[in-house]
Structure formats: structure tokens, C-alpha cells
Design a protein around this ligand. Structure first.
Ligand code: ADP
Length: 494
């Protein structure tokens, strides 16, 4: 199959969270399965300044906006030998410090930036001979692509064979903008209705993707159920329920070429399930790196996260005294200013026990995952939780809130049977979190049981093979659909 993967971030080029890992690894895995993959990304400053071989492709793009014509270029790069990546270049939109904004908030023109991205992606197909069978769109930044295929580009025979799969990585980020931005989309006001992309008087780009795509997926089975409820659906639950026959939960895989303690290039000593000894060196080196007291007998807790409300950072702040009494804690994170400040303050109270780095640091993320004994994921909600799967591979035991993906991934360790791969708590409360921390810290001192638990974690396999097979099945299902009929809500008029 010819597959066009469209996302706003993708490894190895640019990453703020799990979306980038998934877009990159899934592309590589699909290519390994024999498909012809092309990927599309905005040409951000970090890519421009990075060490990537990129050159212009085709003519300049010209996209008509209401009061101007916006020009862009396609730049061509590669992942490995066989995957061509097209970068949509427009320096005014993408040559900026952040992808979506700064710690102070989102860029004011995000609607325009990603409307342009969607339109330019489809226009770029005209510049090449590539004819996708499937366009796989990821998150709200790509939500208008399925809409355009069923409206503005509907009568273009070049696009007639294309079917769409839309993956929701996080339903809380929908791309909601005031109605004054509607003309930028180039779509008629007839789409500004509850059956179209209108959402409580505003426009909602993710809603466009959900209404108009042939197949919908999200990143775990549990999250697929959760987003159909008022508690987790963020207002889209009714629509997602209406499309539940086309909505699939596929747990993301882990790229074990990148995340494997046996060959990890970022850690001080490699180790594996058969030779787990190197983990001790990773721990002492991490403690040293954060200038914390050497304490091999006390558990080291780790946390690597986007710093956003979702991630349960306030629960860490509320329990910092208890965590410090049980062991040491190292944190790496970047995100909202208020949470960056909250985390930075934790050191002041416990300078010998807590280490914090604010920033995005791939290598340090690996060192924390490898060097910690326990990995904290106390999220309010968590669609997939790639971090949880990374930790397991490194024998670092997750303590997770039982929600979304983590609830699917973790089974509670039972000391009597020796079964289970981590710890989970249910209520989003200090009491429950603390009680789980204490149980984990106590078990840590029971060497034999702990070794068993670590072995269980190291034996887990969350590679991409199975998820890629599931995506392939869905691509075929989408291909079998009559054009537009997948968009069951509303039934499109042919
Ligand atoms: P989300 O997609 O919500 O951010 P996931 O746990 O699914 O959460 O994926 C997060 C990914 O981003 C992981 O690969 C994690 O290691 C990485 N990550 C998050 N924050 C940072 C950071 N500050 N520095 C380096 N890597 C980070």
C-alpha cells in the first residue's frame, strides 16, 4: 500500500511527546512490512537547525487565504534509505522557538499555521507522482485533511482513491478556535454546523478529523472506551460514541531500537534481562549527576514528563515529604510555566533528596529511565503512557494511576503468586498515591521479591509488531470503504 503519514511531530526530526515516537516508529515499521511510506511534517526551526539532509522538492506552493496568497515550499528529507519525508516550509509559520507555543501559552495564529499545513500537504501531492491509498492523520493539527478530501478536493480524480485513518493521541487537545478563523479554512459556512466542524459556537479541527475520516483510532483500548464518556471525552464523547463502530484502540508500541538497555547509547552501562547488573551503575551515576546522596539501599524514584495538568504533577508536589522520606526523586520535564515553577520549587525543600531538570533532554530521559528503581506516572488521564512501557524494558517498576493505557499495561504485582509488573492506584488522591509509594518502597527492600518483579518487567514485550499488524488491517478496512461512507456522522451526501 501507499501510505502518507501526516503529523505535527515525528522522530528523529522533532519531538515534544509520544506523538513523535508513534509517527516515526509506525512509519518505519510499516516500511519494514513492505509498504511504500511517505511522511509530511512542518519545517520547524529545530529541523532547519538540526543535522538533517534536506533539499527543496518541486514548485513553490501557493495557498489562497481570504486576503492573501501564502507561499510555501516542500523540502525533502529521509528516514533511513526508503522513507521520504516532505517538510512544509513557511518560515513565518514554522521558524519559531516552539512547535505550538512557549511556556507562556500557545501561538495566537495556530489555526492559520495548521490550516496551512493541511492544505499544503494535499497540494504537495500534486507536485509529486505519489498516489496514497491511505492518508494516516495524527491529532488536531491534521484534522482538516479528511474534511478537505470530502469537500474542496472531492471532485479531483487524483484524490478519489484515498481513504483516511485518523488517530487521536490526546482528545484534550482539539484545536478549538473562534469562528472568525473559519474563512481561513477555505470551507463554506455550511460546514459550520454541529454536524460539521462547529463546536459550541467555535471551530474544532479535531472534530473535523473525527467526522470525516473513514477509520478512527486511539492509543489504547481503555482510552478508546474512556473517550466515549463525559468524564474523558472533553465534549466529543457524543460524536465518538456515534462513530464507535469505526473507533479502534491500539496500544502504541515501543521502538526497541531506541529503548533497549542492552544497546542504549545514552546510558553509562548496558544491561539486559540475563545480565541485569549494569542497572546499579546507571543508578549511582544518575544520583551523582543530580548531586544527590549516594543511597543504593533506598529506592530512586524517576519522572520524565511533559509538564501539563494531565500529568499529576500536583500529586508529586503534595507528596514530596513522603517521597523524600522513602528515597530519592529525580525529575525531568518541560511544559507549562506554572508546573515548571512547581517542580523547580521541590528542590528547595529537599535539596539532598530531590533533583530537577527543566528542559527537553532525550539522553537524560534515557538515563533516568535506566537509573531509577521506580517510575512515577500519577496522571489524571493518560491515553497511552509510552513512558510506562519504556520503564518496563529497563526493569524500572512503574507506579501508575490506573487510567487509560497504563491501566492496560500494568498488572499489580502480587507477592504471593510472584505475578504482575508494577503498582497502580485508582483514586486521584494523596492518600492512595502515598500508600502505593510505601508498598513499593517496602517491597524494594525484600530483595528476592524485588528481583522477581524486575524480571517480570524485563520480560514484557511491547514492540511494534502487533500494533503495526493491527494498523495494517485497519488500512485495508478503510480501503474497502466507499468514499465518504466511513464518515457515518453525518451521512455525507454523494
Ligand atoms: P505524552 O505523549 O502525553 O507526552 P507519553 O508518556 O506517551 O506521554 O510519551 C512521552 C514521550 O516523550 C516519552 O518518549 C518521554 O520519554 C518523552 N519525554 C517527555 N518529556 C520529556 C523531556 N522533558 N525530555 C525528554 N523526553 C521527554
Amino acid at each position: 500500500m501507499n501510505i502518507l503519514m501526516v503529523a505535527s511531530e515525528m522522530t528523529p526530526f522533532v519531538k515534544t511527546g509520544g506523538l513523535a515516537d508513534v509517527a516515526g516508529s509506525l512509519s518505519r515499521e510499516m516500511e519494514k512490512r513492505g509498504h511504500n511510506i511517505k511522511a509530511v511534517l512542518p519545517y520547524y526551526r529545530t529541523i532547519k537547525d538540526g543535522n538533517f539532509q534536506v533539499k527543496p522538492l518541486g514548485q513553490r506552493l501557493k495557498i489562497k487565504m481570504p486576503d492573501k496568497v501564502v507561499e510555501g515550499r516542500i523540502m525533502k528529507g529521509r528516514i533511513g534509505a526508503n522513507i521520504e519525508v516532505w517538510f512544509i516550509k513557511n518560515d513565518h509559520y514554522y521558524d519559531r522557538e516552539g512547535l505550538y507555543g512557549t511556556a507562556k501559552g500557545d501561538y495566537a495564529d495556530n489555526a492559520e499555521r495548521f490550516i496551512f499545513f493541511c492544505r499544503a500537504t494535499l497540494e504537495s501531492l500534486k507536485e509529486t507522482s505519489f498516489e496514497p491509498d491511505i492518508i494516516h492523520c495524527h491529532d488536531w493539527q491534521t484534522g482538516l485533511i479528511p474534511v478537505y478530501l470530502n469537500t474542496l478536493f472531492k471532485d479531483d480524480p487524483r484524490f478519489a482513491g484515498i481513504r483516511t485513518v485518523f488517530t487521536i493521541h490526546n482528545v484534550a487537545y482539539q484545536g478549538i478556535f473562534p469562528p472568525s478563523e473559519m474563512p481561513l479554512t477555505g470551507l463554506g459556512w455550511d460546514l459550520f454546523t454541529p454536524e460539521g466542524i462547529e463546536f459550541y459556537g467555535k471551530i474544532n479541527l479535531m472534530k473535523g478529523g473525527i467526522v470525516y475520516s473513514d477509520i478512527l483510532t486511539t492509543v489504547s483500548k481503555n482510552y478508546a472506551r474512556q473517550i466515549q464518556t463525559g468524564e474523558y471525552g472533553c465534549g466529543l464523547e457524543g460524536l465518538l460514541k456515534a462513530r464507535q463502530k469505526d473507533l479502534y484502540g491500539i496500544l502504541n508500541g515501543v521502538d526497541y531500537d531506541e529503548w533497549d538497555p542492552e544497546k542504549d547509547r545514552f546510558i553509562i552501562k548496558n544491561y539486559s534481562r540475563r545480565t541485569p547488573g549494569g542497572k546499579k551503575d546507571c543508578k549511582s551515576s544518575l544520583l551523582k549527576e543530580f548531586r544527590l546522596e549516594p543511597a543504593p539501599e533506598a529506592p530512586l524514584f524517576g519522572l520524565v514528563s511533559r509538564l501539563a495538568e494531565q500529568k499529576g504533577i500536583d500529586l508529586i508536589a503534595d507528596t514530596i515529604d513522603e517521597i523524600s522520606s522513602l528515597g530519592n526523586l529525580v525529575i525531568l520535564g518541560k511544559g507549562d510555566e506554572s508546573y515548571e515553577n512547581m517542580v523547580a520549587h521541590l528542590i528547595e525543600k529537599h535539596p539532598q533528596k530531590v533533583g530537577v531538570r527543566i528542559g527537553f533532554d532525550e539522553a537524560l530521559a534515557h538515563r533516568i529511565v535506566a537509573g531509577s528503581d521506580l517510575f512515577l506516572v500519577p496522571s489524571r488521564y493518560e491515553p497511552c503512557g509510552l513512558n510506562v512501557m519504556h520503564s518496563l524494558k529497563y526493569g524500572t517498576i512503574p507506579i501508575v494511576r490506573a487510567t487509560g493505557g497504563p491501566d492496560d499495561i500494568i498488572s499489580e504485582f502480587n507477592p504471593d503468586t510472584g505475578k504482575g509488573n508494577g503498582f497502580k492506584f485508582y483514586d486521584y488522591s494523596k492518600e492512595e498515591f502515598c500508600s502505593k509509594l510505601k508498598i513499593a518502597a517496602t517491597l524494594y527492600r525484600e530483595k528476592k521479591l524485588w528481583r522477581k518483579l524486575v524480571q517480570n518487567a524485563l520480560s514484557c514485550d511491547f514492540g511494534w509488531k502487533e500494533p503495526a499488524r493491527e494498523y495494517e488491517k485497519l488500512y485495508r478496512k478503510a480501503q474497502g470503504r466507499r468514499r465518504g461512507t466511513g464518515a457515518g456522522f453525518p451521512p455525507l451526501q454523494e
